[in-house]
Design a protein around this ligand. Structure first.
Ligand code: FE
Ligand code: CA
Length: 536
């Protein structure tokens, strides 16, 4: 059984009934989540349309993708206003947005155990084309979404376009940038994490924050989140945003979480407060479940046994291999908080410490070794550029301990592997820093450029920001391989062709007032086969 991966296994159980031997692998019967069950409410009636949280699609394959929704007529009420019974939901996939040519239809169940979320893994579609999907429940209709299947592996692909975004504290501003992402014509969106923030409601009214006076833009609900109902309600609050809903409906997404979906700066079985692992695991289980419920993920990402499998890959013909990574769940604990001089934190060099965990690292390294596409994309959470954030009184550079600079042995192993198997064709995208960074990547800031990183700024976290500030000046001075940085909100837009990779650092002027126009702060191009970015 060991040679079968979990996805195949789950598919076999879900689709075909599975053999008796499988029972011993799982603590519950997966059939019950996907197959028929008793007591299904076939024709529920709603006072309010239950599709208040929109629709989404994700994890495309060459013949399909996941379509997602969650029934929530009153999203912030107890049980989101739902009767706690399993409910019938039907769905359509069409070749046109008017649903004149419906190619697939089906029925599924929104289970109360899973917060009445719906995940359908659509199969049997044609490769490399757009589709539209919608849901129906008790005569109530959802809006429609657009998705896209992958091109066949090896087929020739001229161009793909995708956006990288995340860090969307709802208290910090409006999701103007998501609206602009929805207006781009994209093959996919990568969400690097911080989809929600777990903090308690900070309250209405101006409070000091990072030296800036700010007005809480939109009020979160309740205290810091711990229970499944807390997490569900927080997702519901965020997902009520129409700009976010538009971006979900516009393109398939690959999602991976960072820290705030669970707890600030958590690592593996450790939370930021040092709670015992067996206690933190209860919170993690709640957070993982709510994440699964609210994202367009496949059954292979169903949380079980203290794990949610989020690292996975997708191939865009002969053009791109995309590796979606998880830098939170398997990492060693941070050696220290904040920024530190490396001579004070020798443990960052230890080969015992890991950013990806053994299994994920093996999988990624094998993937890079076998990749024969023009480009590789590593889509992950935290800064890999080894950037000095300042200097201590002894003139030593200070590095962030939550990013790859706090895991320097892992970083070296990764860059070694890229140098061997992906030199001149590997680009890393990331997030978490709440500002744009474009930088070339070298071993411990040696001279040889091995790969390049575009770290996408936040959608809202950090509020309006500014074009110039002291920190920007400092890091520009200290880091010659840093090509651009700016403390504004927005996203990164990547256009990939066989010849070049262009990254546009998109910014909006304001997020504390709605409807700012979008502009490009800087654009960079990489030529296929040549390491290092150039500004255009
Ligand atoms: Fe963040
Ligand atoms: Ca973060």
């Amino acid at each position: 059984m060991k040679s079968i991966d979990r996805r195949t296994l789950l598919k076999a159980i879900a689709g075909l009934g599975g053999a008796g031997v499988i029972g011993s692998f799982f603590p519950f019967n997966v059939m019950a989540l996907t197959g028929e069950r008793r007591g299904i409410f076939e024709y529920p009636s709603f006072k309010i349309n239950p599709f208040q949280l929109g629709v989404a699609s994700g994890d495309p394959a060459t013949d399909g993708f996941v379509i997602w929704t969650r029934l929530a007529p009153e999203p912030l009420a107890e049980h989101a206003g739902m009767n706690m019974v399993p409910i019938r939901v039907s769905w359509d996939v069409a070749e046109d947005p008017n649903f004149k040519k419906i190619v697939l239809s089906g029925k599924t169940v929104a289970a109360p155990e899973l917060g009445h979320s719906v995940h359908v893994e659509v199969e049997g579609l044609k490769p490399n084309r757009e589709y539209w999907y919608r849901f129906n429940c008790g005569g109530e209709k959802s809006l429609y979404g657009r998705s896209k299947t992958l091109p066949l592996a090896g087929s020739s692909v001229d161009k793909i376009k995708f956006a990288v975004a995340g860090c969307q504290s709802i208290e910090h501003g409006y999701y103007t940038a998501w609206n602009h992402i929805a207006n781009e014509d994209l093959d996919f969106v990568f969400h690097y994490g911080d989809y929600i923030y777990e903090y308690k409601d900070h309250g209405i009214g101006p409070v000091p924050n990072r030296g800036q006076l700010w007005q809480e833009m939109r009020q979160t609900v309740g205290q810091e989140i711990y229970s499944i109902e807390d997490y569900r309600r927080r997702y519901a609050l965020y997902k009520l945003d129409i700009n976010l809903q538009r971006a979900h409906a516009a393109a398939p997404w690959f999602v991976s979480f960072d820290d705030h979906e669970i707890d600030n700066n958590w690592a593996s079985d450790t939370d930021q407060d040092g709670s015992p692992a067996h206690i933190f695991q209860f919170r993690k289980a709640m957070a993982f479940q709510a994440y699964y419920e609210n994202m367009p993920l496949r059954l292979s990402s169903l949380p079980m046994n203290n794990e949610i499998k989020l690292y996975r890959s997708a191939q865009y013909g002969n053009l791109l291999n995309a590796f979606i990574l998880d830098t939170r769940q398997y990492r060693s604990d941070q050696v220290a908080g904040g920024s530190k001089a490396l001579n004070k934190v020798k443990a960052t060099f230890s080969d015992k410490r890991t950013m990806l965990g053994e299994a994920q690292e093996k999988w990624l390294f094998k993937g890079l070794e076998n990749s024969d596409t023009k480009w590789n994309l590593l889509a992950q959470q935290v800064l890999i550029g080894h950037l000095s954030y300042g200097q201590d009184s002894a003139g030593q550079d200070l590095y962030g301990m939550d990013g790859w600079s706090g895991y320097l042995h892992s970083r070296r192993r990764l860059l070694n592997q890229i140098e061997k198997h992906g030199l001149g064709r590997t680009v890393i995208v990331s997030g978490d820093s709440h500002r744009h960074y474009a930088c070339d990547l070298m071993q411990d800031n040696d001279d040889k450029v091995i790969a390049s990183e575009f770290l996408a700024t936040s959608i809202t976290s950090g509020m309006d920001g500014s074009m110039q500030d002291d920190f920007t000046n400092t890091i520009n001075q200290l880091n010659p391989h840093l090509k651009a940085t700016v403390n504004k909100r927005g996203y990164t837009l990547c256009t990939v062709t066989p010849e070049y990779w262009q990254a546009d650092l998109k910014i909006v002027d304001k997020v504390m007032t709605p409807d700012s126009p979008i502009q490009t702060y800087r654009s960079f191009v990489l030529e296929q086969g040549k390491a290092g970015m150039k500004q255009v």
